[in-house]
Design a binder for this molecule. Structure first.
Ligand code: 5AD
Ligand code: SF4
Length: 439
């Protein structure tokens, strides 16, 4: 019997990409391949790229370049490159010129056709470069090979209409489109039946789900999903603050399955910068949304995304961001240095900020965010929490999982606890991590 063929996927970027890699893995399994950890032993290598920031893009280019030698030694190996990098204007051709040994180049709109492209390459030895345009349709036949039990991701929208001035996403992922509620609900029901315990609804801006269609609003959809029977947790990301509504806060408050933890990217605390970013809210509007959320869900934690070094950002603008971070008291935050993306409005703005200034600002911001996180962690000691065990940390020799607020807790267990809800008493806080004992 011939040995099983193997695949290896390299994923860059966000949760959206991680879930897309699960869909790619699903297609490769259907073709008879099994997953392997090393690129060297793979028959198919897929790079699922990201172009949101320049370093993710450079990283992918570097890694694809390193495969030249391996491919020269293993001529039958198939190399495929997809994800949002290939969807940027002229990038697919650029990739093909630079790395002629890449066999398949595909985009974000035709991800589901990768299976056909691999088959075509296998049978006809033909390279495939196919970056289809966004035709507004949604493919519903995905069969992802999920890798994060007990957590599962479910797309509810694709694309984005917001055109924040720094962001490439609307150009590479196309206009926003919503999946039909009945398809989303059926997928979640099936996942719960299979034993998944935490469902995260995914979209660039989940709050605008259903806009301009006959589908329900996002709060309605969320409530319908929360009404599915069984014990599971419900999360969603990402929310655009301009569309975050009182109705949504009420839905979170009255449905116990929805976690009291909301990711609400603010990006900056300066009104000048928010305007230049085309975010369509002020710092005051944002704080008002937080107030509404806390009115209905007082214990809700908030996480965010922040960018420093946006063109024209002054020291005062940056101070305004620090002040807003303190005021909200985020439980954690993703912090980024602004990255100039060709084709976006901000790329043409004068006064791009020098690297040394951005670096100093990000260090100060990270310091502040970490101090808030540490403070909140310390206040956990002695408390009881319910966590969903999601992994075993080999280095620590401990199981780990998150509470509903998203805080990671480590604990010892004789039996495999992955997928179980476990009650812990927190005994120690170490930076952002918590340690506890079963109760
Ligand atoms: N530079 C830096 N950060 C960016 N993001 C998006 N585009 C850029 C960019 N050009 C960040 C935003 C967004 C997150 C997903 O990535 O903070 O919320
Ligand atoms: Fe990018 Fe703004 Fe859309 Fe988020 S909402 S994906 S930052 S354009």
């Amino acid at each position: 019997m011939s040995e099983k063929k193997r695949f290896h996927i390299v994923t860059y970027g966000c949760q959206m990409n991680v879930h897309e890699s699960e869909k790619i893995a699903g297609m490769l399994s259907e073709l008879g391949y099994t997953n392997c950890d090393e690129m060297e032993s793979a028959d198919v290598v897929v790079f699922n790229t990201c172009c949101i920031r320049e370093n993710a893009e450079n990283h992918a280019f570097g890694n694809i370049g390193m495969l030249k030698k391996l491919k020269a030694d293993k001529k039958d190996m198939i190399i495929a490159v997809g994800g949002c990098l290939t969807q940027q204007m002229g990038k697919a051709e650029n990739l093909h010129d630079k790395f002629p040994y890449v066999d398949v180049i595909f985009g974000t709109h035709n991800l589901h056709k990768l299976k056909d492209y691999i088959l075509l390459k296998r049978t006809q030895k033909k390279a495939v470069i196919n970056i289809e345009d966004d035709d507004g349709s949604i493919f519903e036949g995905d069969n992802p090979l999920r890798t994060s039990y007990p957590n599962a991701w479910v797309n509810i929208t694709y694309g984005c209409n917001n055109f924040c001035s720094y962001c490439i996403v609307p150009y590479v992922r196309g206009r926003e489109r919503s999946r039909k509620a009945q398809n989303i609900i059926a997928e979640v029901e099936e996942l719960v039946k299979q034993g998944y315990k935490e469902i995260t609804l995914l979209g660039q801006n989940v709050n605008s789900y259903g806009n301009g269609t006959d589908e329900p609003s996002f709060p309605e959809l969320l409530e319908r999903i929360a009404n599915i029977e069984g014990k599971f947790r419900l999360r969603f990301m990402t929310s655009h603050p301009k569309d975050f509504s009182e109705e949504l806060a009420k839905v979170i408050a009255r449905n116990s399955k929805i976690c009291h933890c909301v990711h609400l990217p603010v990006q900056s605390g300066s009104n000048e910068i928010l305007k230049a970013m085309n975010r369509k809210y002020t710092a005051e509007d944002y704080l008002e949304k937080i107030e509404i959320l806390k009115k209905y869900v007082p214990d809700c934690t908030v996480t965010t995304d922040l960018i420093v070094g946006f063109p024209n950002e002054t020291e005062e603008d940056f101070e305004a961001t620090l002040n807003l971070v303190k005021k909200v008291g985020y439980s954690s935050a993703f912090t980024f240095v602004y990255s100039k993306r060709d084709g976006t409005v901000a790329a043409k703005m004068p006064n791009q900020i020098p690297e040394d200034i951005s670096k100093r600002r990000i260090m100060k911001l990270v310091e502040l965010v970490n101090s808030l996180t540490r403070e909140q962690s310390a206040s956990y000691v002695g408390k009881a929490v319910e966590i969903l065990c999601e992994d075993y940390d080999k280095k620590k020799g401990m199981y780990c999982g998150r509470d509903e607020y998203g805080r990671m807790c480590y604990f010892e267990s004789e039996n495999n606890a992955i997928g179980e809800f476990v009650n812990l008493k927190i005994t120690k806080a170490n930076g952002i991590s918590l340690y506890g004992e079963r109760i």
